[in-house]
Each structure stands twice: as C-alpha cells, then as structure tokens.
Design a protein around this ligand. Structure first.
Ligand code: SF4
Ligand code: SF4
Length: 149
C-alpha cells in the first residue's frame, strides 16, 4: 500500500488492497435498516446482519456476502456520496468529504482494536439478527435519518 494513501489519492485511484484497508471495521453499515414506505426515512436498528461477527465487527463470509445476503450492498468509489446512510464516522465517507481519518482508525493507530476501544464500533451494543423476532424489529430502532437530510 502506498504511504498514507488516504491523504493524497482520490477513492477512485485506490488499489483493491488500499480500498479494503480503508474500512475501519466499525460494523455500522451492517446494522439492519428499515425504510418508511410513506416518507422514505431510513431507520437504523441495533440489530446486526446475520453474517456479522459482532465481536470483531467483521463479515463472517465476506467473499460470498452478496450471495448469502441479497440486501448487502457493494460500496464503490462512485457510490459513497449517494449512500447517505453511511455513518458520519465511516472512513469512506470521511475521505470522500475531505475530513481525513480519525486517530482511532486502524490505519492511523496501527491497531485494529482501536475502533472498538473508541466506542465507534457496534461490538458493545449490537444484537444479532437471528436473535430478534421480526415483530420486535421496530423496538430496536436507534436512529432515524430523514429523507431530506
Ligand atoms: S461504516 Fe464504513 S468504515 Fe464502518 S464498517 Fe462500514 S464501510 Fe467500513
Ligand atoms: S453480508 Fe457481511 S458485509 Fe454484508 S451486511 Fe452482512 S455482515 Fe455486513
């Protein structure tokens, strides 16, 4: 990987390795979301996708994620700006918006656990999808993103 690539290269110029390394491993994008059919608002739940290993906040079957989970969405350089549900802390969003990386990002700290210690990852609060009945999902809403935000 090129030295401090996130500071001087656009997302579209990253190698596959650099792109993957940019993910901070927070797991926030793997929380389930519900879209209000009437308003378009997007609610985020504290319920994680069935494939998320909540301890590490990593996908347990990353190579086959799109086959295993049809709702899993591929993040690409040209879509970062469109995915308004990406958390404010997301490294891709930060770089896209010119905000750089936080000091807890593993590329800065050199420690993959720093994202957990900083309280940014979902490891300390998420529950797993198979443990939550469908009729209780509404009780797990933790944030609502209005359509026009
Ligand atoms: S929210 Fe962004 S940084 Fe966090 S796991 Fe998802 S893609 Fe990676
Ligand atoms: S399939 Fe993997 S990457 Fe996709 S949402 Fe689920 S845990 Fe996250």
């Amino acid at each position: 990987m090129r030295e401090r690539f996130w500071e001087w290269l656009p997302l579209s110029a990253l190698t596959h390795e650099e792109w993957e390394a940019l993910c901070d491993g927070c797991g926030q994008c793997c929380l389930l979301k519900l879209e209000d059919e009437d308003t378009g608002d997007i609610a985020t739940l504290d319920v994680a996708c069935q494939l998320l290993d909540i301890g590490s906040c990593r996908c347990s079957d990353y190579d086959n994620r799109f086959q295993r989970v049809p709702g899993c969405t591929q993040l690409t350089p040209d879509r970062v700006g469109d995915f308004r549900w990406l958390p404010h802390s997301c490294a891709y969003r930060r770089v896209h918006e010119g905000r750089g990386l936080a000091d807890w990002h593993p590329l800065i700290s050199g420690d993959p656990d720093s994202v957990h210690r900083a309280g940014v990852s979902v490891s300390h609060y998420a529950v797993s999808e198979p443990d939550v009945p469908d009729d209780e999902l509404d009780d797990h809403i933790i944030a609502v993103l209005p359509i026009h935000e």
